[in-house]
Design a protein. Structure first.
Length: 394
């Protein structure tokens, strides 16, 4: 046995496959691992072209890589996880195994030429374990995703339940106090009115009549808001958008509230962009204007001024309702539109309110994909703004 054959025989004692080929791809050495791995003995394959047994080596794209090894270029690495299997097996049970190939130049003793030594490492077990780990990882990711979805739905359900409870509490609070108290006052005033009629005290009759009118308007406005709000909570308040003239709608609301303003000698001025139209729910828009204007009248001092402005800005319409009234405490502004807040105060002439009107405004504006905000200063008044898209975007 020559020194080359002796050195090659050492490859029989390692746990990877070793195959040596010359530049004609004829097999020069085939170790025992390759015999057991492929099912082809050394006697069957030595001095025969490798591609006769393993056709993958006929592929031109691999020739270009392997041929460079025969001129001493750097090693080539190939994997059957990325390419078709290179070494196929006689035994059917081994057909799905994965291999990594490393092909390096080995100089022929006494020559400047090179053969190529191919080492074959079976990576089937590692590959399958990695695949199992990847499968487990994907399953874990999916379970996490599902769990997060469930947690999100639970949080949403918890939030909805909390809002439902708050809505119920607010509703019964209004029924128990804000709706009953005005009727108690009306009953008392009606008795005084009867007495005044019997005594023909016309001054007392006029005073009671004015108070009854004010209380009736307050209760009516409250009932309208309560009805709209309850319909909204039940999902029965459907958005019905239409094209309408903004100034006509605002004028209609002003005419409804002018008696309340006149009662406090309040001047209402309006500045509406000419021919301004909007595609929105007309009833909801009217409710928003009525509530904001009612609040402005309620919290304005006698002989005060209120301004209503509306103009188009880009794709939105912005409405501003300003008063010269009491103003709002800074800490209260952020809670004005929250159902869980209990911000309700009397007007400059002891007019009562529930805070429900502003909550309703916010919900109606949200329905139109708009927003509402407030600027206020104690003793100087408040500016309520809201914006909603001018054209169809609902």
């Amino acid at each position: 046995m020559d020194s080359t054959s002796l050195s090659y025989s050492l490859f029989n004692y390692i746990s990877v496959g070793v195959c040596i080929i010359n530049k004609e791809y004829r097999v020069q050495f085939w170790n025992e691992y390759m015999e057991a791995y492929t099912g082809y003995s050394s006697n069957e394959i030595i001095n025969k072209p490798l591609y006769e047994f393993f056709p993958a080596f006929e592929n031109e794209k691999y020739h270009d890589l392997i041929d460079n090894v025969f001129i001493g270029w750097p090693p080539v690495m190939l994997s059957s996880r990325l390419h078709s299997p290179f070494f196929v097996f006689k035994k059917q049970e081994n057909k799905d195994r994965f291999q990594d190939l490393t092909i390096v130049p080995i100089q022929i003793t006494g020559s400047e030429s090179y053969n190529a030594i191919i080492t074959v490492t079976d990576v089937t077990d590692i590959t399958r374990k990695l695949e199992e780990q990847n499968t487990l990882y994907r399953q874990a990711q999916e379970e996490i995703r599902i769990r997060k979805q469930i947690q999100k739905k639970l949080r949403e359900s918890e939030k909805n339940l909390k809002e439902l409870i708050l809505t119920k509490d607010k509703f019964f609070s209004i029924i128990a106090h804000d709706l009953i108290n005005p009727f108690n006052a009306l009953l008392g005033l009606s008795n005084i009115l009867i007495t005044g009629c019997e005594e023909k005290d016309y001054e007392k009759i006029e005073e009671c009549s004015n108070l009854i009118n004010m209380s009736t308007e307050s209760v009516y406005a409250l009932l309208i808001n309560l009805l709209d709000w309850s319909r909204l909570q039940l999902g029965k308040f459907q958005l019905r958008p239409e094209r309408f003239k903004v100034e006509e709608s605002i004028d209609n609301i002003i005419s409804q509230l002018i008696s309340s303003a006149d009662g406090k000698e309040i001047t209402i001025n309006k500045y509406i962009q000419p021919s301004l139209t909007i595609f929105a729910d007309k009833n909801m828009f009217s409710t928003i204007i009525r509530n904001l204007l009612s609040n402005a009248i309620k919290f304005s001092f006698r002989k005060g001024k209120i301004e209503i402005k509306a103009l188009a800005v880009d794709k939105d319409m912005i409405v501003a309702i300003s008063d010269t009234g009491t103003g709002i405490i800074k800490d209260d502004i952020k809670n004005l539109f929250k159902i869980d807040s209990n911000i309700s105060s009397t007007g400059t002439e002891k007019e009562r309110g529930t805070g429900l009107g502003l909550i309703l405004c916010k919900e109606f504006i949200d329905q139109h994909k708009g927003r509402i905000w407030v600027e206020s200063e104690i003793g100087k008044g408040s500016n309520f703004y809201f914006s909603i898209p001018i054209n169809k975007s609902l």
